[in-house]
Design a protein around this ligand. Structure first.
Ligand code: NAD
Ligand code: ZN
Length: 368
């Protein structure tokens, strides 16, 4: 597999590279460039990823760094909170990590979001690198510099924009990812096709079998195109004043479902359901015909993502859409589609639209 590099820019200046490759070989030169020989490097990972790749990474970069230490967080979204962050601060202080320290996030979106937040706040800011290990983190969360934690029942409520020095992905690491997590990440990939790129959407469908088989060449292209879209969107609007909101397609209702289900479903599964709802509302508002809505809905099925759900209270989901932090003064910004590949921000979506859309996905046994 050929290494692909995508620079993320601000104006003419490159902020950081996204490297899509197999193996760790290209990482050494980057570390050397960041002066790692003089720096303490702290790998932050989680309890699932550590036994798979933690020690391997320590071994592989020890010769490039002054010192390498590792901190293992308990895995899972329920640990994405301030008390885990506190334990990481303690570890850094006890190990005398100074401003010149360099953090490496080795893990999925949870590790990436938390490490980026630790890097933003420890000693008023130190450098960090993302090594995303889930599909979701590779195509979405590792790019764009949004970092943070959940607070009480509010998702990603506390955080900071903080750009990494580098996003480095070894696609070989996806081999150990289970099918459900893979599908969850795929929902975000599908999102780029739906909101920005009809050709990419068709390409995903044409390459269904290769994606299922996790063919390295096809995955590398798929991840490249996804990162390229994320890059373009965040370059244009780094702090979500405008178009970056398009990336929230499927997420207003998706997050609300995630919350109603107490975070027992995976993020991408809820995003798939939220996307079906958003496509339905787009159809209801006259932006696409019914066939196009049905096509979008049914396309999630072969990729092992849900398009219907049981045991969900639509009123609760509706209430949750208001507690989403992206709702300003009760005005809900909703992302709709003008056909596949074109999205826009809409503020006219009503409670009734949302309830109607939820009826499309909530399956009540006994009803057809
Ligand atoms: N910052 C952003 O812009 C952004 C965007 C989207 C999502 N997110 C955040 O990302 C998080 C979700 O990320 P996620 O889906 O990667 O979840 P995750 O980090 O919890 O990873 C999912 C599971 O897979 C395990 N895992 C990770 N890599 C593995 C591998 N290579 N092999 C086997 N198992 C592996 C993890 O230990 C975990 O159990 C959420 O907290 C969400 O808020 C952030
Ligand atoms: Zn998402």
């Amino acid at each position: 597999m050929e290494t692909k590099i995508l620079p993320v820019k601000q104006g003419s200046k490159t902020l950081y590279d996204i490297v899509i490759t197999e193996g760790m070989k290209d990482l050494h030169a980057y570390l050397e460039n960041f002066g790692s020989k003089e720096r303490t490097v702290v790998i932050i990972t989680d309890s699932n990823v550590d036994p798979l790749y933690g020690e391997k990474l320590v071994k592989s970069i020890t010769k490039d760094c002054k010192e390498v230490i590792k901190f293992v967080l308990p895995a899972g979204e329920t640990n994405k909170n301030l008390s885990t962050i506190e334990s990481a601060y303690e570890f850094l202080i006890e190990n005398h990590v100074t401003r010149s320290g360099l953090l490496i996030a080795l893990g999925g979106g949870v590790v990436g979001d938390m490490t980026g937040f630790i890097a933003a706040t420890y000693l008023r800011g130190i450098d960090y690198i993302q090594i995303p290990t889930t599909l979701l983190a590779q195509v979405d969360s590792s790019v764009g510099g949004k970092t943070g934690v959940d607070f009480k029942q509010y998702k990603n409520m506390i955080g900071a924009f903080n750009m990494p020095l580098l996003v480095y992905m070894d696609l070989g690491m996806l081999k150990s990812l289970d099918d459900r997590q893979f599908a969850s990440g795929f929902a975000e990939t599908m999102k780029y096709g739906l909101i920005k790129d009809a050709k990419f959407y068709s390409w995903l469908i044409e390459n269904y079998y290769e994606i299922e088989e996790r063919d390295p060449e096809i995955l590398s292209q798929m991840i490249y195109t996804s990162c390229d879209w994320k890059r373009k969107v965040v370059e244009k609007d780094p702090t979500e004043k405008g178009d970056r909101a398009l990336l929230n397609f499927g997420h207003t209702i998706g997050h609300a479902i995630e919350k109603a289900k107490n975070f027992e479903m995976l993020h991408g599964e809820c995003v798939a359901l939220g996307s079906v709802c958003a496509a339905f509302i787009s159809y209801k508002h006259g932006y696409m015909d019914k066939d196009e809505f049905l096509e979008i809905r049914d396309m999630f099925v072969p990729f092992h993502l849900p398009i219907s759900i049981t045991d969900l209270d639509e009123q609760e989901v509706l209430r949750n859409t208001y507690s989403d932090k992206k709702v300003s003064d009760k005005e809900r910004k909703f992302i709709l589609l003008k056909h596949i590949g074109r999205s826009f921000i809409d503020t006219t979506v009503t409670d009734e639209d949302i309830l109607d859309a939820l009826k499309e996905v909530i399956y009540k046994p006994g009803e057809d």
